[in-house]
Design a binder for this molecule. Structure first.
Ligand code: ZN
Length: 368
Protein backbone atom coordinates (compact mmCIF):
# COMPACT_ATOMS: atom_id res chain seq x y z
CA UNK A 1 0.00 0.00 0.00
CA UNK A 2 1.27 3.44 -0.92
CA UNK A 3 1.40 6.07 1.81
CA UNK A 4 1.45 9.73 0.87
CA UNK A 5 3.51 10.76 3.84
CA UNK A 6 4.85 9.32 7.03
CA UNK A 7 2.83 10.99 9.71
CA UNK A 8 4.73 9.85 12.77
CA UNK A 9 7.90 11.79 12.05
CA UNK A 10 6.17 15.02 11.08
CA UNK A 11 6.06 17.90 13.50
CA UNK A 12 2.52 18.64 14.52
CA UNK A 13 2.41 22.01 12.77
CA UNK A 14 3.30 20.49 9.39
CA UNK A 15 0.81 17.72 9.86
CA UNK A 16 -1.81 20.32 10.61
CA UNK A 17 -0.98 22.22 7.44
CA UNK A 18 -1.08 19.08 5.33
CA UNK A 19 -4.33 18.12 6.89
CA UNK A 20 -5.79 21.58 6.32
CA UNK A 21 -4.99 21.33 2.63
CA UNK A 22 -6.55 17.86 2.65
CA UNK A 23 -9.69 19.34 4.10
CA UNK A 24 -9.92 22.09 1.51
CA UNK A 25 -9.36 19.50 -1.15
CA UNK A 26 -6.47 21.02 -3.08
CA UNK A 27 -3.69 18.65 -2.08
CA UNK A 28 -6.08 15.73 -2.20
CA UNK A 29 -7.44 16.36 -5.70
CA UNK A 30 -4.13 17.19 -7.30
CA UNK A 31 -2.43 14.08 -5.96
CA UNK A 32 -5.23 11.70 -6.86
CA UNK A 33 -5.78 12.94 -10.38
CA UNK A 34 -2.11 13.32 -11.22
CA UNK A 35 -0.57 9.94 -10.60
CA UNK A 36 -2.53 7.58 -8.38
CA UNK A 37 -4.14 4.54 -9.91
CA UNK A 38 -7.38 3.22 -8.52
CA UNK A 39 -6.72 0.34 -6.13
CA UNK A 40 -10.29 -0.87 -5.59
CA UNK A 41 -9.17 -4.21 -4.22
CA UNK A 42 -7.06 -2.60 -1.50
CA UNK A 43 -9.83 -0.16 -0.59
CA UNK A 44 -12.49 -2.86 -0.33
CA UNK A 45 -10.31 -5.35 1.54
CA UNK A 46 -9.08 -2.80 4.05
CA UNK A 47 -12.53 -1.46 4.85
CA UNK A 48 -14.18 -4.89 4.87
CA UNK A 49 -11.60 -6.19 7.29
CA UNK A 50 -12.15 -3.23 9.59
CA UNK A 51 -15.95 -3.64 9.52
CA UNK A 52 -16.39 -7.42 9.44
CA UNK A 53 -13.13 -8.58 11.00
CA UNK A 54 -12.19 -10.64 7.95
CA UNK A 55 -11.17 -10.34 4.32
CA UNK A 56 -14.35 -10.51 2.19
CA UNK A 57 -15.53 -13.40 0.07
CA UNK A 58 -14.18 -12.50 -3.38
CA UNK A 59 -17.41 -13.19 -5.28
CA UNK A 60 -19.45 -10.94 -3.03
CA UNK A 61 -17.32 -7.86 -3.55
CA UNK A 62 -16.55 -8.27 -7.24
CA UNK A 63 -19.24 -5.79 -8.25
CA UNK A 64 -18.15 -3.22 -5.71
CA UNK A 65 -14.60 -3.37 -7.03
CA UNK A 66 -15.69 -3.20 -10.67
CA UNK A 67 -17.97 -0.23 -10.00
CA UNK A 68 -15.20 1.61 -8.14
CA UNK A 69 -12.79 0.95 -10.99
CA UNK A 70 -15.11 2.22 -13.71
CA UNK A 71 -16.12 5.19 -11.55
CA UNK A 72 -19.83 4.34 -11.46
CA UNK A 73 -19.84 4.52 -7.65
CA UNK A 74 -17.88 6.79 -5.31
CA UNK A 75 -15.78 5.78 -2.33
CA UNK A 76 -18.58 6.79 0.03
CA UNK A 77 -21.10 4.69 -1.88
CA UNK A 78 -18.78 1.69 -1.86
CA UNK A 79 -18.17 2.20 1.86
CA UNK A 80 -21.94 2.31 2.44
CA UNK A 81 -22.36 -1.03 0.69
CA UNK A 82 -19.53 -2.53 2.75
CA UNK A 83 -20.66 -1.17 6.11
CA UNK A 84 -24.30 -2.16 5.45
CA UNK A 85 -23.42 -5.62 4.14
CA UNK A 86 -24.44 -8.96 5.59
CA UNK A 87 -20.95 -9.36 7.02
CA UNK A 88 -21.34 -5.99 8.72
CA UNK A 89 -24.73 -7.09 10.02
CA UNK A 90 -23.45 -10.37 11.46
CA UNK A 91 -20.25 -8.91 12.93
CA UNK A 92 -21.88 -5.84 14.46
CA UNK A 93 -25.27 -6.86 15.78
CA UNK A 94 -24.86 -4.77 18.91
CA UNK A 95 -24.81 -1.02 18.48
CA UNK A 96 -21.71 -0.82 20.65
CA UNK A 97 -19.87 -3.22 18.29
CA UNK A 98 -21.01 -1.23 15.29
CA UNK A 99 -19.72 2.01 16.76
CA UNK A 100 -16.45 0.35 17.71
CA UNK A 101 -16.02 -0.96 14.14
CA UNK A 102 -16.63 2.45 12.66
CA UNK A 103 -14.22 4.10 15.08
CA UNK A 104 -11.57 1.49 14.25
CA UNK A 105 -12.12 2.04 10.55
CA UNK A 106 -11.69 5.79 11.06
CA UNK A 107 -8.52 5.57 13.12
CA UNK A 108 -5.15 6.28 11.61
CA UNK A 109 -1.99 8.09 12.58
CA UNK A 110 -3.02 11.40 11.12
CA UNK A 111 -6.39 11.30 12.79
CA UNK A 112 -4.93 10.63 16.20
CA UNK A 113 -2.26 13.28 15.66
CA UNK A 114 -4.96 15.77 14.85
CA UNK A 115 -6.77 14.88 18.05
CA UNK A 116 -9.96 13.92 16.25
CA UNK A 117 -12.89 14.23 18.62
CA UNK A 118 -13.25 10.74 19.88
CA UNK A 119 -16.31 11.17 19.53
CA UNK A 120 -19.96 11.84 19.67
CA UNK A 121 -21.11 8.57 21.16
CA UNK A 122 -20.29 9.12 24.76
CA UNK A 123 -23.99 9.49 25.51
CA UNK A 124 -27.47 9.91 24.06
CA UNK A 125 -27.27 6.79 21.92
CA UNK A 126 -31.04 6.59 21.53
CA UNK A 127 -31.12 9.53 19.19
CA UNK A 128 -28.32 8.30 16.96
CA UNK A 129 -28.88 5.89 14.08
CA UNK A 130 -26.32 3.71 12.36
CA UNK A 131 -26.72 5.95 9.35
CA UNK A 132 -25.62 8.88 11.57
CA UNK A 133 -22.55 6.92 12.62
CA UNK A 134 -21.76 6.17 8.98
CA UNK A 135 -22.16 9.86 8.12
CA UNK A 136 -19.68 10.71 10.86
CA UNK A 137 -17.27 8.05 9.61
CA UNK A 138 -17.11 9.32 6.04
CA UNK A 139 -16.36 12.82 7.33
CA UNK A 140 -13.25 11.67 9.23
CA UNK A 141 -9.65 12.06 8.18
CA UNK A 142 -9.37 8.31 8.47
CA UNK A 143 -11.85 7.82 5.65
CA UNK A 144 -10.25 10.57 3.55
CA UNK A 145 -6.91 8.81 3.99
CA UNK A 146 -8.37 5.42 3.06
CA UNK A 147 -9.65 6.94 -0.20
CA UNK A 148 -6.42 8.82 -0.79
CA UNK A 149 -4.21 5.80 -0.19
CA UNK A 150 -6.12 3.76 -2.76
CA UNK A 151 -6.69 6.47 -5.35
CA UNK A 152 -10.45 6.50 -4.78
CA UNK A 153 -12.60 9.61 -5.11
CA UNK A 154 -14.65 9.88 -1.91
CA UNK A 155 -17.67 11.66 -3.41
CA UNK A 156 -20.63 13.10 -1.50
CA UNK A 157 -22.61 11.49 1.27
CA UNK A 158 -25.93 13.26 0.66
CA UNK A 159 -28.60 11.73 2.87
CA UNK A 160 -27.53 8.11 2.44
CA UNK A 161 -29.80 7.62 -0.57
CA UNK A 162 -27.56 6.95 -3.55
CA UNK A 163 -30.38 6.62 -6.08
CA UNK A 164 -29.89 8.73 -9.19
CA UNK A 165 -33.30 10.35 -9.81
CA UNK A 166 -32.56 10.77 -13.53
CA UNK A 167 -31.58 7.16 -14.19
CA UNK A 168 -34.26 4.50 -14.82
CA UNK A 169 -35.51 2.53 -11.83
CA UNK A 170 -37.75 -0.40 -11.03
CA UNK A 171 -39.29 -1.50 -7.74
CA UNK A 172 -39.21 -5.27 -7.29
CA UNK A 173 -41.67 -6.33 -4.58
CA UNK A 174 -42.10 -9.67 -2.83
CA UNK A 175 -45.26 -10.65 -0.95
CA UNK A 176 -46.31 -13.36 1.51
CA UNK A 177 -42.84 -14.15 2.91
CA UNK A 178 -40.29 -14.31 4.25
CA UNK A 179 -39.53 -17.96 3.54
CA UNK A 180 -36.61 -20.33 3.20
CA UNK A 181 -36.03 -18.80 -0.29
CA UNK A 182 -35.79 -15.18 0.84
CA UNK A 183 -32.07 -15.35 1.67
CA UNK A 184 -31.33 -16.33 -1.94
CA UNK A 185 -33.00 -13.13 -3.16
CA UNK A 186 -31.32 -10.97 -0.50
CA UNK A 187 -27.90 -12.46 -1.40
CA UNK A 188 -28.38 -11.58 -5.05
CA UNK A 189 -29.64 -8.05 -4.32
CA UNK A 190 -26.69 -7.50 -2.03
CA UNK A 191 -24.15 -8.77 -4.54
CA UNK A 192 -25.38 -6.29 -7.13
CA UNK A 193 -25.92 -3.43 -4.68
CA UNK A 194 -29.65 -3.36 -5.42
CA UNK A 195 -32.77 -3.05 -3.25
CA UNK A 196 -36.33 -4.41 -3.15
CA UNK A 197 -39.39 -4.25 -0.91
CA UNK A 198 -40.58 -7.26 1.09
CA UNK A 199 -44.26 -7.19 2.07
CA UNK A 200 -44.28 -9.70 4.89
CA UNK A 201 -47.18 -11.50 6.57
CA UNK A 202 -47.22 -11.77 10.34
CA UNK A 203 -47.13 -15.59 10.54
CA UNK A 204 -43.95 -15.70 8.43
CA UNK A 205 -42.46 -12.52 9.91
CA UNK A 206 -42.60 -14.27 13.27
CA UNK A 207 -40.63 -17.28 11.99
CA UNK A 208 -38.15 -15.44 9.74
CA UNK A 209 -36.99 -12.55 11.91
CA UNK A 210 -33.40 -12.96 10.72
CA UNK A 211 -34.31 -12.47 7.05
CA UNK A 212 -36.32 -9.33 7.80
CA UNK A 213 -33.51 -7.88 9.89
CA UNK A 214 -30.94 -8.61 7.22
CA UNK A 215 -33.05 -7.21 4.35
CA UNK A 216 -33.66 -4.05 6.37
CA UNK A 217 -29.97 -3.76 7.20
CA UNK A 218 -28.78 -3.89 3.58
CA UNK A 219 -31.22 -1.14 2.61
CA UNK A 220 -34.30 -3.04 1.48
CA UNK A 221 -37.72 -1.85 2.63
CA UNK A 222 -40.08 -3.90 4.80
CA UNK A 223 -43.79 -3.57 4.08
CA UNK A 224 -46.86 -4.84 5.92
CA UNK A 225 -49.01 -7.53 4.22
CA UNK A 226 -51.22 -8.07 7.31
CA UNK A 227 -50.91 -10.66 10.02
CA UNK A 228 -52.84 -13.51 8.39
CA UNK A 229 -53.15 -12.40 4.76
CA UNK A 230 -56.58 -10.93 5.42
CA UNK A 231 -58.80 -9.29 2.83
CA UNK A 232 -59.05 -5.96 4.63
CA UNK A 233 -62.26 -5.00 2.82
CA UNK A 234 -64.13 -8.03 4.15
CA UNK A 235 -63.52 -7.59 7.86
CA UNK A 236 -64.60 -4.81 10.22
CA UNK A 237 -62.33 -1.79 10.67
CA UNK A 238 -61.18 -2.85 14.12
CA UNK A 239 -60.14 -6.29 12.85
CA UNK A 240 -58.42 -4.70 9.86
CA UNK A 241 -56.51 -2.38 12.16
CA UNK A 242 -55.54 -5.37 14.32
CA UNK A 243 -54.28 -7.29 11.26
CA UNK A 244 -51.92 -4.43 10.43
CA UNK A 245 -50.86 -3.84 14.01
CA UNK A 246 -49.90 -7.47 14.63
CA UNK A 247 -47.77 -7.70 11.48
CA UNK A 248 -46.12 -4.43 12.48
CA UNK A 249 -45.26 -5.92 15.86
CA UNK A 250 -43.15 -8.66 14.22
CA UNK A 251 -41.55 -6.17 11.83
CA UNK A 252 -40.70 -3.98 14.79
CA UNK A 253 -39.19 -6.91 16.67
CA UNK A 254 -36.87 -7.63 13.72
CA UNK A 255 -35.93 -4.09 12.69
CA UNK A 256 -36.72 -1.67 15.51
CA UNK A 257 -39.28 0.16 13.38
CA UNK A 258 -42.75 -0.41 11.95
CA UNK A 259 -43.51 -1.01 8.26
CA UNK A 260 -43.22 2.07 6.07
CA UNK A 261 -45.67 0.83 3.40
CA UNK A 262 -48.62 -1.57 3.21
CA UNK A 263 -49.65 -3.92 0.44
CA UNK A 264 -53.25 -4.96 1.05
CA UNK A 265 -53.67 -8.70 0.29
CA UNK A 266 -55.42 -9.35 -3.05
CA UNK A 267 -54.89 -5.67 -3.80
CA UNK A 268 -58.17 -5.09 -1.96
CA UNK A 269 -58.70 -1.73 -0.30
CA UNK A 270 -61.44 0.83 0.28
CA UNK A 271 -61.82 4.16 2.03
CA UNK A 272 -61.78 2.50 5.45
CA UNK A 273 -58.49 0.76 4.67
CA UNK A 274 -57.05 4.06 3.44
CA UNK A 275 -58.09 5.75 6.70
CA UNK A 276 -56.61 3.17 9.05
CA UNK A 277 -53.44 2.50 6.99
CA UNK A 278 -51.27 5.25 8.50
CA UNK A 279 -48.71 4.68 5.70
CA UNK A 280 -48.98 4.54 1.86
CA UNK A 281 -50.71 1.60 0.13
CA UNK A 282 -48.57 0.05 -2.59
CA UNK A 283 -50.15 -1.91 -5.45
CA UNK A 284 -48.37 -2.92 -8.68
CA UNK A 285 -48.53 -2.58 -12.45
CA UNK A 286 -46.47 -5.61 -13.56
CA UNK A 287 -47.90 -8.94 -12.43
CA UNK A 288 -45.43 -11.79 -12.96
CA UNK A 289 -48.09 -14.40 -12.05
CA UNK A 290 -45.28 -16.30 -10.37
CA UNK A 291 -47.76 -17.76 -7.86
CA UNK A 292 -49.70 -19.36 -10.68
CA UNK A 293 -46.97 -20.57 -13.06
CA UNK A 294 -44.35 -21.46 -10.40
CA UNK A 295 -42.04 -21.49 -13.38
CA UNK A 296 -38.63 -19.79 -13.33
CA UNK A 297 -38.40 -19.05 -17.04
CA UNK A 298 -41.93 -17.71 -17.24
CA UNK A 299 -41.26 -15.34 -14.31
CA UNK A 300 -38.04 -14.17 -15.97
CA UNK A 301 -39.82 -13.59 -19.31
CA UNK A 302 -42.79 -11.81 -17.76
CA UNK A 303 -40.44 -9.31 -16.16
CA UNK A 304 -37.81 -8.81 -18.85
CA UNK A 305 -40.38 -8.53 -21.66
CA UNK A 306 -42.54 -6.05 -19.82
CA UNK A 307 -40.73 -3.78 -17.42
CA UNK A 308 -39.93 -0.18 -18.01
CA UNK A 309 -38.79 2.73 -15.91
CA UNK A 310 -41.06 3.38 -12.92
CA UNK A 311 -42.71 -0.03 -12.75
CA UNK A 312 -43.72 -1.87 -9.59
CA UNK A 313 -43.29 -5.62 -10.08
CA UNK A 314 -45.38 -8.09 -8.04
CA UNK A 315 -43.76 -11.36 -6.94
CA UNK A 316 -43.83 -13.79 -4.02
CA UNK A 317 -40.68 -14.87 -2.19
CA UNK A 318 -42.31 -18.10 -0.98
CA UNK A 319 -41.56 -19.95 -4.24
CA UNK A 320 -38.22 -21.43 -5.19
CA UNK A 321 -38.97 -20.68 -8.86
CA UNK A 322 -39.26 -16.97 -8.04
CA UNK A 323 -35.99 -16.91 -6.12
CA UNK A 324 -34.30 -18.80 -8.98
CA UNK A 325 -35.68 -16.28 -11.47
CA UNK A 326 -34.10 -13.44 -9.50
CA UNK A 327 -30.64 -14.91 -10.14
CA UNK A 328 -31.20 -13.98 -13.80
CA UNK A 329 -33.47 -10.94 -13.47
CA UNK A 330 -31.39 -8.94 -10.97
CA UNK A 331 -28.09 -9.16 -12.93
CA UNK A 332 -29.87 -8.60 -16.25
CA UNK A 333 -31.78 -5.48 -15.15
CA UNK A 334 -28.58 -4.19 -13.50
CA UNK A 335 -26.71 -4.67 -16.79
CA UNK A 336 -29.49 -2.83 -18.62
CA UNK A 337 -28.80 0.17 -16.38
CA UNK A 338 -31.81 -0.09 -14.08
CA UNK A 339 -31.59 0.87 -10.45
CA UNK A 340 -33.57 -1.66 -8.42
CA UNK A 341 -35.02 0.37 -5.59
CA UNK A 342 -37.40 0.34 -2.64
CA UNK A 343 -40.83 1.96 -2.73
CA UNK A 344 -39.58 4.95 -0.76
CA UNK A 345 -36.65 5.35 -3.15
CA UNK A 346 -38.74 5.16 -6.32
CA UNK A 347 -41.36 7.56 -4.91
CA UNK A 348 -38.78 10.17 -3.91
CA UNK A 349 -38.51 12.72 -6.69
CA UNK A 350 -41.49 11.21 -8.56
CA UNK A 351 -44.30 12.83 -6.64
CA UNK A 352 -43.77 11.04 -3.31
CA UNK A 353 -46.33 9.03 -1.36
CA UNK A 354 -48.89 9.94 1.30
CA UNK A 355 -50.40 7.88 4.10
CA UNK A 356 -53.58 6.25 2.77
CA UNK A 357 -52.69 7.01 -0.86
CA UNK A 358 -52.65 4.05 -3.30
CA UNK A 359 -49.79 3.74 -5.80
CA UNK A 360 -49.48 1.50 -8.85
CA UNK A 361 -46.32 2.77 -10.55
CA UNK A 362 -43.92 5.72 -10.50
CA UNK A 363 -43.16 7.11 -13.92
CA UNK A 364 -40.93 10.15 -14.30
CA UNK A 365 -43.12 13.13 -13.39
CA UNK A 366 -43.40 14.50 -16.95
CA UNK A 367 -44.47 11.07 -18.31
CA UNK A 368 -47.42 10.58 -15.97
ZN1 ZN B 1 -50.29 -11.84 -0.73
Amino acid sequence: MKKPFEVKILPKAIATLLSASLVCGMFFERSVSAETTVDAEGFVNELYTAIAGEVPDTAKVEHIKAALEDGSITGIEAAHRIVFSSEGFYANREDADFIESMKNAADNDLASLMGLPNFIFLGELENITREDVFEWYVSTHGFAMLCYNHGIEAGEYGDGNFTDPDAPMIALTFDDGPSIYTDMIIDCLEEYGQHATFFVVGYNACDFQEQIARADYIGCEIGNHTNRHANLTEINPLSAFEQLRLADKYIYMATGHAATVIRPPYGAYNDTVRRIAGVPLVLWNVDTEDWSTRDTQSTIDNILNEVQDGDIVLMHDIYESTAEAMLTVIPELTNQGYQLVTMTEIAAGRGGMEAGGAYFRFRQLDDI
